[in-house]
Design a protein. Structure first.
Lengths: 690, 413
């Protein structure tokens, strides 16, 4: 092996050339690597000479062949490291060319390509070792030198700096992905990384463990070595034999995967994880490491007493049985040997769910499994916020609903509302709770919401016999109709301006609030004044522009009232009751608060002469948008449903009110009493003759 | 990834092609008259052997000496139907019995110590090479470009004390074995035993080989490797066929016979550790899977559909889990899984099993939200983790959750 220490594989100032750089994976990873460290000086791909790969640090030139690359690159920037992304059939030819034309310059070749034949791998080893070039792979993910902030291949994904904090652990792994995983686990023990190397796990690994482990031994930044091992090959046995002979001053934490291959006759994901004979199996490797360490595998439940014996053992290291024990084992080693932590703010590994909705399952499982939603770390939290805001509500997948329903079911035994037994709801829930369930698909969140919902139904019942809907019932009764027809007449006398205005209010509120990312509609810390002022200014601008052009303009829905309009500050008493209830509960409804702030702002900016009343339709809309908000945010409800519910609530309440008018009118009225005498009717057309 | 080669293929194809002396043999389907004829030609006795992809056939009682036509016919029939170490024979055949004074072991195989092919020889043939004491076997590396020459082989045989008369012919046979090994793209080729007759003739009396499918020579013209009856499930077979249809992204499953968790797992390494964690934590995974390697949408969609069609209705919990991906686009793979789930529900009616998800990698948030939306639409209980929760912790949680779930009847009531 040419390398004398790990940095000989990769260090700051190394210049990397990439084969088949225009390929799908190669171009993408090269772009990311340039962003991270900018160590790529060129690439080659047959037939692509003259093209470039664009990156945030400028373009990477592409040549037809490696020979051309070497000829055209000035000597000071000629590559000394190579990454091979060529297809398996081309790998031998590419590397032969590198050896022929780059023997004096090239120190290390990283072969990313999968499915390279064993014969070719062996030939690569032969020609490269003869030329004094080290080969990592085949089927490596690459490597990272964290202190120098350089990498080759895709180790660390698109943002290596997130997981790879400079520190004192070298990770040597048969699996590429596990380099990243282990690095992120180690953060929990306060340890950062010096090097992460993916060796690849083909049948022949061209950087055997016995060599790598001694390169880590000579690396001044590395204090501990972590190994991720898979079955197959004699690499670990040879490494342990070599350690026994030469000694190793740095402790090792090892995880051996692949015991499952022995339990079941299955082939593992990696090509090289083929067990040949009894020394290369996972359990044989586990036994070999345990024997070397002189202690059985690490157990988080065991208490390790700091004795001379433990000190002796921990100098060699310990094996873990589960990957998430690595941080704990690492802590044990560091504490025992007095190794300083690399990072002060270590967070222990724990379950941190980003989204939880266990529904009914939560009732049937032990408390500790019913997880609460955790905190989404940055930068993801910001991304979630942005993307969730962009998509308030859900678009449902459509299907034939002819014989299907979510709202109800009946299996011949139990009628159900959205899955809940009707009888259970009858026995245990209020009428209004069942209405909330029917309309939203979920029961009210708490008594507060339930009471609010109830108030909206009561408020909808009546506003006197003169309202159009009440008149509908009376007209129908007066004509001698039956109760159901009178209720229909009540409903028929509603429309977009009587009852339907609440839907417009929801639409208006969604336009204002969709971008805010507010989670809790009852959160009093939300500043709605700013939103209200913006909305008022926007409305003023539109109104003036429309007036200038002599055009009609869209009013803000649910403001003002035909009766309550004369005072400097006006109120709709029904809205006031709802508002007072919310306040009395020590809460607020941000939508209703917004409406109140809006009428003030409209007065302040001169759009209105008085502070208009926030009418009961607005209150209905605000209450129901509050109830629907979490369903919208959690994408369980469509925007359309949230808009329709306030109208439906009003219609249901008023239908009962209409029924009351019918009953009253039927008992006391005279037939045809709603008829307006001809003497009271005015004709607006002059009489004409045919 | 590899093709295993048994003795009958060696007898029929490789031995004649590379000039390796072997016993006379006939297929098990020859006529009664033919059996009678060969028995008399071969000195009255013959061996019945199964064509099966496993060693230790003799110890399993599957190699039987016969001396009459009736015995031969009966044993051919019996042996061809015998399950040997979990493997089912393709057929049985009749082979000449070679009387021998002693037996020799030879093998050429790639070796992880030398990172090159190695040649191993021992005069203690007929047994497992692991059981032969170190002093009685020799392994040397072979130059991959020059190959094994007769001189090298002869030296080794002499060192082991092989009789002088045998060294020269046997060395030439070793060169033939190398030719066979290197020109068919094998990873290992073992002749054990060579039976040496009292006349000093060495005859190759059993063969085991493994061909590297990644090597273009595996498609050597004129050789079609036979299909052996395999005890693979329809699920594994369909996924293997789907996997072979494209090189983009992994699509690998192995049935484990579990009954609780349906695991869709990404990444070869993650696949192993997650499945092992599920096992340890009692999650009873239905299969081992690997769908990593940045599969395009259509690839992932069909892979997920295959998993769901075969397993979802029996599963208690669906686990979709991978580490922090380097290359795999999470939005592409997760949208595909979401769509596969939706179309499964459309075809088979509503689902109720909980879903546990954990993932990291490029375009993660978009992918998680797409999947979350589908889970919400299907009203499936779910817990979704990001890359800050270790995959093995998620696996452990999924296993505990699967075990804590009540029986379906309890939930309904």
């Amino acid at each position: 092996m040419r390398a004398k220490t790990l940095s000989d594989f990769l260090k700051e100032g190394d210049r990397v050339a990439v084969s088949n750089i225009t390929g799908r994976e190669a171009s993408r990873v090269s772009e990311q690597s340039q962003k991270y460290c900018g160590n790529i000086v060129g690439g080659w791909a047959l037939g692509k000479s003259g093209s470039t790969i664009e990156t945030s640090r400028g373009s990477i030139p592409v040549y037809a062949t490696f020979e051309e690359l070497m000829k055209q690159t000035p000597s000071e920037s000629r590559p000394n490291k190579i990454i091979i992304y060529s297809p398996p059939q081309a790998v031998y030819g590419e590397i032969k060319e590198v050896v022929d034309h780059g023997r004096e310059h090239i120190e290390t070749i990283f072969v990313i390509t999968e499915h390279v034949s064993v014969e070719v791998t062996s030939k690569l080893h032969a020609i490269c070792s003869e030329a004094g070039i080290d080969v990592v792979g085949c089927n490596t993910l690459g490597m990272i030198n964290v202190h120098d902030r350089v990498r080759v291949g895709a180790v660390g994904g698109d943002s290596p700096q997130e997981t790879f904090i400079p520190g004192s652990v070298t990770i040597l792994s048969n699996s590429g992905n596990m380099v990243n995983t282990i690095a992120s686990y180690l953060l929990a023990s306060g340890m950062g990384i010096s090097y992460g190397i993916s060796t690849g796990k083909d049948i022949l690994i061209l950087t055997p463990l016995k060599d790598l482990i001694f390169l880590a031994e000579t690396d001044p930044r590395t204090k501990v070595i972590v190994l991720y091992i898979e079955p197959g090959g004699l690499y670990e046995h040879e490494a342990i034999e070599a350690i026994k002979t030469r000694g190793l001053s740095k402790p090792v934490v090892v995880y051996v995967a692949g015991k499952i291959a022995e339990t079941y006759n299955v082939s593992l994901g990696h090509a090289g994880a083929v067990v040949e004979g009894n020394v290369t199996s996972a359990s044989a490797k586990m036994r070999a490491f345990d024997a070397y360490f002189g202690i059985e595998a690490f157990s988080p439940d065991r208490r390790y007493k700091k004795t001379e014996q433990l000190l002796d053992v921990m100098n060699r290291g310990v094996r873990v049985t589960t990957l998430h024990h690595i941080p704990k084992a690492m802590r044990l080693i560091c504490d025992t040997l007095g190794i300083d932590r690399d990072i002060s703010s270590a967070k222990p590994l724990k379950l941190n769910p980003w989204f939880v909705n266990l529904g009914d399952v939560a009732k049937h499982i032990p408390h500790e499994l019913d997880l609460a939603r955790g905190t989404i770390p940055e930068p993801y939290a910001q991304q979630v916020k942005e993307q969730e805001q962009a998509r308030l509500g859900i678009s449902m997948a459509r299907q034939s609903m002819r014989n299907a329903s979510h709202a109800s079911s009946n299996d011949g035994v139990t009628p159900r509302i959205h899955g809940y037994s009707l009888m259970d709801v009858m026995a245990k829930k209020s009428f209004v709770a069942s209405l909330v369930l029917s309309l939203t698909g979920e029961l009210p969140r708490d008594e507060f919401e339930e009471h609010l919902a109830q108030m909206t139904f009561i408020a909808s019942l009546t506003n006197g016999p003169g309202t159009i809907s009440a008149q509908g019932a009376k007209l129908s009764c007066s004509a001698g109709n039956s109760p159901n027809t009178a209720i229909i007449a009540t409903l028929a006398a509603m429309g977009s301006v009587h009852g339907g205005n609440g839907s417009q209010a929801v639409k208006f509120l969604l336009d204002v609030f969709a971008e805010t990312g507010i989670e809790d509609p009852y959160d009093s810390s939300v500043d709605v004044k700013d939103l209200a002022q913006k909305a008022a200014e926007e409305f003023k601008r539109k109104k003036l522009a429309a007036k200038e052009a002599s055009l009609d303009y869209a009013r803000i829905p649910c403001l003002g009232h035909p009766i309550f309009k004369k005072d400097p500050v006006n109120h709709d008493p029904r809205e006031q009751v709802i508002h007072a209830f919310i306040t009395s509960q020590g809460k607020c409804n941000i939508f209703l608060e917004f409406y109140h702030a809006l009428v003030e702002a409209l007065k302040e900016n001169g759009t209105t002469n008085t502070v208009m009343a926030v009418n009961v339709d607005a209150a209905l809309a605000c209450v129901w948008l509050g109830i629907c908000w979490r369903h919208l945010r959690e994408k369980r409800m469509t925007i359309q449903r949230a808009m329709d519910i306030p109208f439906i609530v009003f219609a249901l309440g008023r239908a009962a009110g209409g029924a009351a008018e019918f009953l009253d009118h039927q008992d006391f009225g005279t037939t045809m009493d709603m008829r307006i005498p001809t003497s009271e009717c005015r004709s607006l057309t002059r009489s004409r003759s045919l | 990834m590899t093709i295993r080669v048994a003795e009958l293929t060696f007898l029929e194809h490789f031995a004649p092609r590379y000039g390796i002396p072997v016993p006379r043999h006939v297929s098990g389907t020859v006529s009664r008259a033919e059996i009678k004829k060969v028995l008399s030609e071969w000195g009255g006795t013959a061996l019945v052997k199964p064509d099966v992809l496993t060693g230790k056939r003799g110890r399993a009682g599957a190699v039987v000496e016969v001396s009459t036509v009736q015995d031969a016919l009966r044993e051919l029939k019996r042996v061809s139907g015998l399950e040997i170490n979990g493997h089912v024979p393709r057929t049985a055949y009749l082979v000449e019995k070679i009387p021998a004074d002693y037996e020799i072991f030879t093998a050429i195989t790639y070796n992880s110590s030398y990172l090159s092919p190695t040649f191993t020889v021992s005069l203690e043939g007929g047994m497992d090479i692991e059981d032969v004491v170190e002093e009685k076997k020799i392994t040397i590396p072979v130059d991959i470009f020059r190959g094994l020459d007769a001189y090298q082989a002869g030296e080794l045989l002499a060192e082991l004390g092989c009789s002088q008369a045998l060294i020269s012919p046997l060395s030439r046979h070793m060169v033939s074995l190398w030719d066979l090994f290197i020109s068919t793209g094998m990873i290992s080729a073992e002749i054990n035993p060579w039976r040496v007759t009292s006349q000093g003739n060495a005859v190759a009396c059993d063969f085991k080989g493994i061909v590297d499918e990644a090597n273009f020579k595996a498609k050597a013209p004129g050789i079609e490797y036979p299909d052996y009856p395999e005890s693979i499930s329809l699920f594994e077979e369909e996924m293997a066929a789907w996997s072979a249809s494209s090189h983009q992204g992994q699509a690998h499953v192995s049935d484990l016979g579990g009954k609780k968790i349906l695991p869709i797992i990404f990444g070869g390494g993650a696949s192993t550790i997650i499945t092992e964690t599920l096992e340890v934590a009692g999650g009873d995974p239905m299969f081992l899977s690997d769908f990593g390697g940045n599969p395009p949408y259509e690839r992932m969609l069909q892979s997920a559909k295959l998993c769901f069609n075969h397993k979802l209705s029996q599963a208690k919990l669906l686990l979709i889990l991978g580490g922090k991906a380097n290359n795999t686009y999470i939005d592409v793979t997760f949208s595909a899984i979401a769509d596969a789930l939706l179309s499964f529900a459309e075809e088979h009616g509503p689902l109720s099993l909980p879903v546990v998800v954990g993932r990291g990698g490029p375009r993660l948030v978009k992918g998680l939200l797409a999947l979350k939306q589908a889970l919400e639409y299907l009203r499936l209980p779910h817990v979704i983790f990001g890359p800050d929760t270790p995959v093995t912790l998620v696996a452990e949680y999924a296993a505990k959750l699967a075990n804590a779930l009540p029986a379906e009847s309890e939930v309904k009531s």
